[in-house]
Design a protein around this ligand. Structure first.
Ligand code: AP5
Length: 214
């Protein structure tokens, strides 16, 4: 199964990608996680990406497309996957379409996660992530047992730089301008499913799986 999770920052793409990955035994491919890993290692990719990410801007298409080409169609292409955070622009979506056509392959579905803006700002500003194992927490809906400490590996929990309120607002504006047009792009392709994502993670997961298995 080849899926795209589309939606504004904080709507729950990463959370749902994890649940789907466990359910269908296919990898989550998160461009955000790949870029944050590169920043942590101070690699050339990380140095290039950091300037954009810290301001809540998108990383240039050519950088992202090189990375995705390699992940999806490189030496060991995965049989199925959940794309989390890619594509993010019409240029990226059209380039992905071309890559699939060249490989006689196709997407199965695009899940467009939707929730009220107030709710996503609340989710983002209360998110904490483990520096070590990257487990995602939420101070309101999924707090760690011990304040500031990861339940899984005892690593330190931190707030992402781009989860500060000013950057959140810019990320939402960038989403509306550059990513929201993808909803119409994939609706026209006949593979878009709108998913109400305001419920609990388990409720949203159940909506998604019942749509996929319908
Ligand atoms: P990226 O990492 O992709 O960030 P994003 O799209 O802004 O999404 P988030 O990770 O913030 O949120 P999410 O929807 O995954 O929510 P989550 O599940 O964590 O991208 C970061 C940056 O990288 C971009 O700004 C850009 O600079 C760059 N980038 C990445 N991809 C790119 C691309 N293709 N092109 C160009 N640039 C790119 O949930 C959020 C919180 O809510 C968590 O605390 C979670 O526990 C909680 N939560 C989730 N679901 C629920 C629920 N149902 N109920 C209650 N709480 C919930």
């Amino acid at each position: 199964m080849k899926l795209i999770l589309l939606g504004p920052p904080g709507v729950g793409k990463g959370t749902q990608a994890q649940l789907l990955s466990n359910e269908y035994n296919i990898p989550q491919i998160s461009t955000g996680d790949i870029l944050r890993g590169a920043i942590q290692r101070s690699s050339e990719l990380g140095r290039k990406a950091n300037d954009f990410m810290s301001k809540g801007e998108l990383v240039p298409d050519d950088i992202i497309l090189g990375l995705i080409q390699d992940k999806l169609f490189g030496e060991k292409p995965p049989n199925g996957y959940i794309l989390d955070g890619f594509p993010r622009t019409i240029v990226q979506a059209k380039a992905l379409k071309t890559m699939f056509e060249e490989h006689h392959d196709a997407l199965d579905a695009v899940l467009s996660l939707e929730a009220d803006e107030k709710l996503i700002v609340k989710r983002l500003s209360s998110r904490r992530t483990c520096r070590n194992c990257k487990t995602v927490y939420n101070l309101i809906t999924k707090p760690p047992v011990v304040d500031g400490v990861c339940d899984t590996c005892s690593g330190e929990l931190y707030q992402r730089d781009d989860d500060k309120i000013d950057t959140i607002q810019n990320r939402i504006a960038v989403y509306k301008k550059q990513t929201e047009p993808l909803i119409d792009f994939y609706r026209a392709a006949g593979i878009l499913f709108a998913i109400n994502s305001s419920g609990s993670p388990e409720e949203v997961h159940n909506i998604i799986t019942s749509q996929l298995e319908d």
